[in-house]
Design a protein around this ligand. Structure first.
Ligand code: URP
Ligand code: ZN
Ligand code: ZN
Length: 457
């Protein structure tokens, strides 16, 4: 199968050029100013930017929680992802207590295999860290899983600081990254108690229960743990200025820190919780204040932030209502897997915070390097996988759950205007999205990842 992309502006982290791209049999075989050849399919990218397919570093598809299961599974979630320009998702396979990592990995393969419309890899989220789990790490690496996640919060998942210390050191010896959900569990529980005692149960109280200090304390602690372990740390879904300050201070001490943020933290703020459907914004960390939004955007601009994942963890409003009006019992998470590129383009590139080249780095290249996929993914060059996103910078529209392919009846970005959107997408050399429509589902494959290229080492 030969696909020729013509007349586009190719965007890489180090510059842009007008060029055509020829993909053959899943691989980019030629990039040149003008390519004249017969192809099975031709894509007209006139007026469009052509990026290495975007990589979403943070998704929760088909994740069972104690009260419910996320609304999007690999079938619906990856259809939405690819229509939004994402060609690879890294989902959190989750080792619940009493399970092995192998059980979790097998389970996630069953969830994803044959159902995915974009490529997918797995991080392994671990709820236990002991000699048995540790003994599985090399086997995970041997199966292409080279990154892990630990939580400081959620009763069913949380591990302690000593376990984080041991895990990040053990992982670093193998050039693997461990992402940590940083919040102080005891502080947020104390705040929930106080708020309940004041009769506060509404969505706004969610934000008040876990203010920036609750996150920044967790980040500061992780920074010190990483410093002691002499190991890299990946801060997942960083949301606020106070946490960025901790990252900056730690980097100043020589700590190797990778910071991930999410589109919600650069586009939305705490006022959203006052909306009638405020429950749809209940996620952790919560939405913050205007100064935090600016700090995140500036952090993307000045290189403080390394990559952007969505933390897509979607629930219907009926699922959100399982909280019975108490913010503390509402399933945590929001939908966004389809909207990342159009939001980043509109609110970071067009707003003047980052360049197109930085967009390429933040949405694809940096993640490919850090998560062991580069240069097959994350860059447009001859020999790389033909995962390619053609992005139209001039198609203004508003986001709505009604037009998103997410399997939910809500969007945190309802009615949010965006200026551009994904036009065409190649996954493994197949044209799967044409003029914004998914024309060929289920082309996704498992991505067997290697060790991390630790860019800040
Ligand atoms: O609220 C969120 N973020 N839900 C998903 C789980 C997590 O903490 O990443
Ligand atoms: Zn988390
Ligand atoms: Zn998450």
């Amino acid at each position: 199968m030969k696909v020729l992309i013509q007349n586009g502006t190719v965007v890489r982290s180090d510059g842009t050029e007008k060029a055509d791209i020829l993909a053959d049999n899943g691989v980019i075989v030629r990039i040149a100013p003008k390519i004249a050849c017969e192809a099975d399919k031709t894509v007209d990218a006139s007026g469009c930017y052509v990026f290495a397919g975007f990589i979403d570093t943070h998704t929760h598809l088909d994740l069972e929680l104690t009260s419910t299961t996320t609304a999007d599974d690999f079938e619906t979630g990856t259809k939405a992802a690819v229509v939004g320009g994402t060609t690879t998702v890294l989902d959190f396979a989750t080792q619940d207590r009493g399970m092995t990592m192998q059980d979790a990995l097998d389970k996630w393969h069953r969830k994803a295999d044959g159902k995915s419309s974009c490529n997918y890899g797995f991080h392994m989220a671990v709820s236990e860290w002991n000699e048995d789990r540790k003994a599985e790490v090399d086997s995970m690496i041997g199966q292409g899983v080279t990154s892990f996640k630990m939580y400081m919060v959620y009763p069913a998942m949380r591990v302690n600081d000593g376990q984080i210390y041991d895990a990040i050191r053990y992982a670093a010896e193998r050039d693997c990254l461990v992402g940590v959900h940083c919040e102080n569990f005891d502080l947020l529980n104390a705040r929930i108690k106080e708020l309940h005692a004041e009769g506060r149960f509404e969505p706004m109280a969610h934000a008040d229960s876990r203010p920036d200090i609750v996150e920044a304390e967790g980040v500061a602690r992780l920074m010190r743990i990483a410093e002691l372990a002499d190991a890299p740390a990946w801060v997942v879904h960083l949301s606020c200025e106070a946490s960025l300050d901790e990252v900056e201070a730690a980097r100043g001490r020589g700590v190797e820190v990778y910071a991930e943020t999410c589109p919600q933290y650069l586009t939305l703020d705490k006022a959203c919780y006052a909306q009638p459907d405020g429950e749809k914004f209940i996620m952790s960390p919560p939405l913050r204040l205007a100064h935090d939004r600016s700090a995140i955007l500036n952090g993307m601009s000045d290189g403080m932030i390394d990559f952007i994942g969505t933390d897509h963890c979607s629930f219907t409003m009926a699922q959100k209502a399982l909280g019975n009006g108490d913010f503390a019992d509402v399933p945590n998470g929001g939908a966004g897997i389809q909207n990342r590129a159009e939001l980043v383009y509109t609110y970071a590139v067009k707003a003047g915070y980052i360049t197109l080249e930085q967009m390429a780095a933040l949405l694809s290249e940096n993640a490919a390097k850090l998560f062991g996929m580069y240069p097959k993914k994350g860059v447009l060059q001859e020999g790389s996988d033909a995962d390619i996103t053609v992005f139209d910078p001039d198609c203004p529209h508003t986001i709505s759950w009604k037009t998103n392919l997410h399997n939910v009846d809500n969007s945190p970005y309802e009615d949010v205007p965006v200026l551009g959107g994904t036009k065409d997408v190649l996954v493994n050399g197949e044209l799967v999205v044409e003029n914004g429509k998914l024309i060929k589902p289920y082309c996704g494959r498992f991505v067997f990842r290697g060790p991390s290229t630790r860019t800040r080492k």
